[in-house]
Ligand binder design. Structure first.
Ligand SMILES: O=C(O)CCC(=O)C(=O)O
Ligand SMILES: [Fe+2]
Length: 373
């Protein structure tokens, strides 16, 4: 197949929209051209990796999928109940508030239940934790996994780290004099060869309005792609970097080392291009992907911060965006960064059908990558 044919295949509208396209002189196919009707079925499909197109027409299959969702939810409810926790889901596929725990003094059963829930819900939230000290914030992180620095394993002395007191705490303080918000979609530090597993972000001070954080389910982003596009992207890598540099390549389809589920792992903040594609084709494909990735409310949840609220997210299964609409109010966040306890699992990989892991490459030295730009 020539590259041109491959590209035509990728961008070809689904058959169901063909008639609509043929009617229009400008070729506009409109709406959700690359998905199927009844898209509400994609959310349960993404929760258990079901085949959403089959769900559109096979009620026996749907009964099985529904049962697997109910039994997975029941198993989680049981382990939460044992730990004395209750949950308030923000959305069906991503994000849940956990009630009943003091992060300064969690029990072993609570830690186990929270770790399990975190893998399923991609981001978990807590309220009223403003009393925890910086030491307790770090200690809670160490109950979940290893902890590192803002950029992961490297002690990079990023501008906002607190070098003398607590190098593990990343300080994200915004005020009238210093406007700041990470208001672009990303998974953290994807320009590194060892991006951190996740983060635990605590609001020391929250604005009276605005400054929410939005999270998107990266499994759902992958699952919802056209099968032709999935085949094209599987095993391919993209270049990531800062300041216009290419620092590393990572698989575009990332396999989660624990859940083994596939996630879409490109983002407009750090991804420069798709490896091996002509620049214009790569730019077009990435912009088509981003248009779809960030415009589907079913895959997202939005968290309203209060003082003492905490968000703990998994960088391998979701992306986030801090909404930059709260100026001139103060917003003071402190973050502990989680690292994978297994140095092998922390390097992003795509696992093929034979269980072989495929990794990206480091395009510069470890030393260069540790330097803030
Ligand atoms: O401020 C926020 O809500 C998120 C900031 C962010 O992107 C991060 O801590 O990684
Ligand atoms: Fe971030």
């Amino acid at each position: 197949m020539t590259r041109q044919q491959a590209m035509e295949d990728i961008f070809k509208a689904r058959g169901m929209n063909q008639a609509k396209r043929d009617q229009r002189a400008d070729g506009w196919i409109g709406g959700r051209a690359d998905t199927w009707t009844g898209h509400y079925k994609e959310v349960p499909a993404s929760r258990v990796s079901a085949d959403a197109r089959r769900m559109a027409g096979d009620s026996d299959y749907n009964a099985k999928v529904a049962e697997s969702i109910r039994s997975a939810d029941a198993a989680i409810d049981d382990s939460l109940a044992i730990a004395g926790l209750s949950i308030e889901p923000l959305c069906p596929s991503i994000g849940v508030i956990v009630h009943g725990v003091d992060l300064a003094d969690p029990s072993d059963a609570q830690i186990d239940a929270i770790r399990e829930l975190y893998l399923v819900r991609k981001v978990v939230f807590f309220r009223d934790q403003g009393h925890i000290t910086r030491e307790e914030h770090i200690t809670f992180g160490q109950h979940i996994s290893d902890t590192g620095y803002a950029y992961g394993r490297q002690h990079s002395l990023a501008r906002r780290e607190l070098p003398n007191e607590h190098p593990e705490i990343l300080r994200l303080y915004a005020s009238e004099a210093h406007p700041f918000a990470a208001s672009n979609w990303h998974s953290d530090v994807t320009w590194s060869n060892r991006p951190p597993l996740g983060s635990i972000l605590l609001a020391r001070k929250s604005p009276p309005v605005g400054g929410d954080t939005v999270f998107v389910d990266a499994y759902a982003l992958w699952d919802a792609l056209d099968p032709v596009l999935k085949r094209f992207l599987e095993g391919r890598t993209a270049m990531h970097g800062r300041g216009g540099r290419n620092e590393v390549t990572h698989p575009i389809c990332r396999t989660h080392p624990v859940t083994r589920r596939k996630a879409l792992y490109v983002n407009p903040t750090f991804t420069n291009s798709i490896t091996g594609m002509a620049p214009d084709e790569s730019a077009r494909l990435l912009s088509d992907l981003y248009a779809k990735m960030y415009s589907t409310p079913e895959y997202q949840c939005r968290f309203r911060w209060q003082e003492g609220s905490v968000a703990m997210w998994d960088n391998r299964s979701c992306q986030h965006y801090a909404v930059g609409d709260f100026w001139p109010h103060d917003r003071e966040m402190e973050r502990v960064t989680l690292l994978d306890r297994s140095a092998d699992d922390e390097i992003p990989f795509w696992e093929d059908a034979d269980g072989i892991r495929h990794f990206g490459e480091l395009l510069t030295s470890e030393e260069e990558i540790s330097k803030p730009v």
